[in-house]
Structures are given as structure tokens and as C-alpha cells.
Design a protein around this ligand. Sequence first.
Ligand code: TMP
Length: 217
Amino acid sequence: MAKGMLITFEGNEGSGKSTQIKLLTERLQAAGRQVTSVREPGGTGLGELLRDILKNQREGVHIDPIAELLMMNASRAQLVQEVIRPALKRNKIVLVDRFFDSTIVYQGHGRGLDLDLVREVVKVAIGSTLPLQTYLLRVPLETSETRRAQRSIETGHARDRFEASERAFFERIERGYDTIARREPDRIRVIDATLPIEEVHAAIWSCFPKPCKPSRG
Ligand code: TMP
């Protein structure tokens, strides 16, 4: 029987992660695999409550970067225990929209928290549950900004607490992703997500789950 595997998706806002997870899920299911897909923060009852607090700005409520780090990882610990490990035990493929790399990049590089401290907290949350492969969907900051603005108009929702951050924050996020991708080229596959949706999907599929060359971009 095929073995379970954990695959994660990363990228800045508007990089198309959820669309690609949906396409990959359909393709894997068509190939006879059982797939569980979840998002972070969230994916459990507790996680979705934390997501609401983390994403939606409330008047008079300030979230300190350390508190943010701990809440992201409380959501993650619950997800690992409640969903990811049981699914892997049942030999499912688990696709996660953001995982610990988001914490390294957003709370570490973005908020400026000490990277060793961030890694320690992540370790508490995930233990030995590590992704076999991570797809980093790459779009330039300008594309991300345009897509974010578009989404806000389409959904009628105001930008969330992260989306409302200043450009310098997103520049640090972009550099953070570049840094982690350079450090772990075998695990982290950089995909040019400016390409049409079907081509991005083809690039993801072509290296699933074996090693592949990074696409251009
Ligand atoms: P999204 O689901 O729309 O991508 O929103 C999740 C937001 O949370 C996104 O702006 C990135 C941020 N985030 C962190 O800051 N740290 C984390 O560990 C995770 C998982 C997400």
C-alpha cells in the first residue's frame, strides 16, 4: 500500500496556494489516493478559533509578536495531533496550506523574532512530523499586491491583520522565503506561480513527490 506523506504549500498572499491544493487534491484522488487537505492557522475547531483571533483586527486588541508565535503554534500542535498524524497513520496524503515555514518567515523574518527561538517553539508544536516536500509558490510583490486588492474587492472583505501590513513587512517575507528555499533546495521546490493556473499545476505534478528542477522565475 502507498505510504502516507505530508506535503506543504508556502508563498505570499495571492500566490494561488488554495487553487493549486484543490487541483492537486483532485488529481491525486483521480489516481486513487486518499487526500486530506487543511490550512494553517486553522484546520481544527481550536485552530479555526485561533485563526479568527489572529487574522481579524479588533479594536483595542494588540497581539504581541511572541503571543502571535505561540498562538500560531498552538493551532499547529492541535492540527498535528488531531488531523495530520492520524491521517498519515492511515496512509493518506496530507496537503497543508502553510506549515512551519510560514512561522520562520512571518514571525522570524517578518516580525524580527530570534530565529532560534522560533525554531524551538515550532519543534514543540510539530515534534518529528516534517513535510516530505514543500512547494513554494513564487509571485513578485506587485502581483501579490494586485491579487490581494482584487480579492478584497471580490469578497467585499476588508484586508486582514496580515494583509494590512506595510510593504516593508512583505519585502522581509519575500527575502525570508528566498533564504529558506536556498537552505533546503531538496525539500523546498520553488514554483513560478505567475504562470497560468494549469501550468503551475503541471509544474507541481511533474515533481510530485520526486525531486525536480525549480521552474523559471
Ligand atoms: P491565509 O490563510 O490567507 O494565507 O492567512 C494566514 C495568514 O497568517 C497569512 O498572512 C500568513 C500568516 N501566518 C503567520 O504569520 N505564521 C504562520 O505560522 C502561519 C501558518 C500563517
